[in-house]
Design a protein around this ligand. Structure first.
Ligand code: RI2
Length: 316
């Protein structure tokens, strides 16, 4: 049964995103767009305005699921701006068409950035990566398909241990993988040619928000003269930062670090930020579908892509 006018499928998707059953910035975006499609298809609205209001309500529910990856609001905005028409059927059809277009766009962007990123890699490179990023995997997949031989140090990525997914994917692509504890990454950096990580959001000044631990990794890499390359399609660009907003860093449940009994026994506080912000001075290049960018060139591209937007369509 639906809660209010927001359909069950939307609530289920929002819950899956919050629980990280659905995770990774690009994947969250695809699923959120699909949830709006389900809202449109399953709706019992009898007026176009009613369906549009329902879509805004669904978007608000989805937006609240996780705060940091800007792909989520960017996906919702893409669909809502195109969900229009004089009748319920017209709004429904335009919503379905928008979600199809959105998926195509994300898939194409990921393919294209893979090509760009592969140009930056060399045969025999040793990479260091952190967490699990499908944008990073696209780069490595493209490089492998060109016959480049690659090795990688893959961090475990506490507390959720997404590094296991990366290790499996890279090994399946024929990369020579060494799985390491997060705290060991500085030990192995001198053997690396490049750090290659994803992003959840990129701010207008080129700051990269990614899985917690990325900032320390990037600072250490700079100290040791290792290139830091960020694979981030333009869907990761956060237009709100053009107006002075900062990216909200998600703090997750303490139970991801200590089970409640153990925590009570220890009598300690727990802090569990899921992401951190790497300043642009530690980022050598951002690989997007439109090419390779310096952090300084993010702002003009962001302005051109998103323009100025004082409010979001789900706030109207
Ligand atoms: P793609 C992940 O966050 C990681 O921080 C990863 O670098 C980023 O999303 C980007 O993922 P989480 O959802 O979009 O695991 O490249 O907290 O797949």
């Amino acid at each position: 049964m639906a809660s209010g006018d927001v359909r069950d499928a939307v609530i289920a998707t929002a819950e899956d995103i919050a629980a990280m059953e659905v995770r990774g910035a690009a994947t969250i975006a695809r699923e959120a767009a699909d949830a709006l499609r389900r809202q449109a298809v399953d709706s019992e609205a009898t007026e176009a305005d009613q369906l549009r209001a329902e879509l805004r309500g669904a978007a608000r529910r989805l937006r609240a699921a996780r705060p940091t990856a800007v792909t989520l609001p960017n996906a919702l905005r893409f669909v809502l701006e195109r969900a229009s028409g004089p009748t319920v059927e017209a709004v429904r059809e335009s919503t379905v068409a928008a979600t199809d277009a959105f998926r195509d766009r994300v898939d194409r962007a990921q393919d294209e950035l893979g090509e760009v990123g592969a140009n930056r890699l060399a045969d025999g490179d040793t990479l260091v990566t952190h967490c699990h990023s499908t944008d990073v995997l696209s780069v490595v997949e493209r490089a492998r398909s060109r016959g480049l031989s690659l090795s990688a140090y893959v961090t475990e990525t506490r507390p959720r241990r997404q590094g296991r997914l990366t290790a499996r994917h890279l090994a399946d692509l024929g990369v020579d993988v060494t799985f390491i504890a997060d705290s060991a990454v500085h030990t192995f950096l001198p053997e690396a040619d490049r750090v290659l990580v994803g992003a959840d959001s990129v701010a207008a000044d080129g700051t990269v928000v990614n899985k917690v631990g990325t900032r320390g990794l990037a600072i250490s890499a700079r100290e040791q003269g290792v290139d830091v390359v960020v694979a981030a399609q333009t869907l990761k660009f956060d237009p709100a930062t053009l107006r002075g907003h900062t990216v909200d860093i998600e703090h997750r449940d303490a139970a991801e670090l200590l089970d409640p009994d153990e925590r009570a026994d220890l009598g300690v506080d727990v802090a569990n930020p899921a992401f951190d912000a790497t300043p642009p001075r530690y980022v050598d290049a951002i690989v997007a579908e439109e090419g390779l960018f310096s952090p300084e060139s993010v702002a003009p591209l962001m302005r051109e892509r998103y323009g100025s937007r004082p409010s979001e369509p789900w706030e109207e």
